[in-house]
Design a protein around this ligand. Structure first.
Ligand SMILES: [Zn+2]
Length: 141
């Protein structure tokens, strides 16, 4: 029931840091890589050199499930980005792996009017040069 989503010719690309690089490149292997603490087991995002809960530095990217739900969103109707036509949805996606861990992304392949809080979504990746941008679309039951 998609909208025949077509990737924009031009997308504002991130400028990955050493810490965020796995997040932006995990898509090459189809993996949503989210930082996880190996001491207490909690996930967190954005990536950081230490766990904010237990202060352990035994942290690193691990493949998350790639599933999540829309925690909050806004519909952008302004043509801020050349080549990226409005309207489009900018959303906070809460990953299924851990409540409260949220990723900012776009929800695509669905009419913007149909996006709602709690909507179940799954990740897919859109490659632009050396970056695999994690995007989300509704899970069709
Ligand atoms: Zn920890």
């Amino acid at each position: 029931m998609g909208t025949g989503y077509v990737a924009p010719a031009l997308r504002l690309l991130p400028d990955p840091t050493p810490e965020s690089l796995p997040f932006w490149t995990g898509g090459e292997r189809g993996e949503l890589l989210i930082c996880r603490c190996r001491s207490c087991g909690h996930w967190f995002h954005p990536p950081a050199p230490a766990c904010f809960r237990c202060r352990s530095t035994e942290v690193g990217p691990e493949p998350a499930s790639g599933r999540g739900s829309v925690a909050a969103f806004t519909i952008n109707r302004q043509p801020w980005i050349p080549g990226f036509a409005p309207p489009y949805v900018v959303a906070m996606i809460e990953i299924t792996d851990e409540p409260g861990v949220r990723v900012v992304s776009n929800v695509v392949d669905v009419p913007v009017e149909d996006v709602h809080v709690g909507m179940e979504v799954a990740v897919f990746f859109e490659q632009h040069e050396d970056v695999w941008v994690p995007l989300f679309r509704p899970v069709t039951p």
